[in-house]
Design a protein around this ligand. Sequence first.
Ligand code: APR
Length: 238
Amino acid sequence: MKSRRIVILTGAGISKESGLDTFRDADGLWARLRIEDVATPEAFARDPARVQDFYNHRRANLLSTAVAPNAAHLALARLEAEWPGEVLLVTQNIDDLHERAGSGKLIHMHGELLKARCLACGGVNAWRAPMTDVSLCPSCGAEGTLRVHVVWFGEMPLEMDRIYEALGACDLFVSIGTSGNVYPAAGFVAEARGNGLAHTVELNLESSEGHSLFDEHHYGPATVEVPAFVERILSRGW
Ligand code: APR
């Protein structure tokens, strides 16, 4: 029997118990900041220092010793290591907690907080320091040409062809810690269902916008629901 293929989508909810903010919860980032002020190309053109500051704070918080992968991140790394077939992890998150937990087959469709992109040469490099208007591009040496390598609203998410190819062939699609508010990620469950094969599962703290599209739901904290789900998949499938 061919090894069955799994696609997993994660959102901010999987990193909440690691101490990182979500976006649309009552205490989330968009409860105290406007997307139009900090997460669009227009915001960056209008007030680059404010946008750089927003991501500098999030980068410093991510790099603080208080933030580490949690049991949900670790369970997904275990699934990749122990499942006999393909496992592709697509994350909307820009943190590096999946990598730090050991996940390797990973796509950051909204980019990465710990990378910088140069507007002069297009180079993308690791970046862990505060980013300012005098930061130098590691690729071309230009000054003041860096932006965070994150996909802003109005921009195209990354590696969409590869993601749709995987959705078109998967036998299991699992959505974890996402409210299902933002496309194209919110449409992935419909893509998976459309391949005629996929069993679809939602693991979240509460039902998402797209909950009715899922075959199976488990609601509770990711550090409880994800390890339990991975244990079940590895021991008796779905
Ligand atoms: N365990 C599991 N799920 C949780 C937990 C937890 N401990 N805490 C919160 N959640 C759930 C919330 O119930 C919510 O459904 O995580 C979800 C987070 O939703 P959002 O804050 O909307 O985050 P996300 O879905 O990742 O947002 C998608 O929107 O703002 C953009 O680019 C940003 O990538 C982000 C995208």
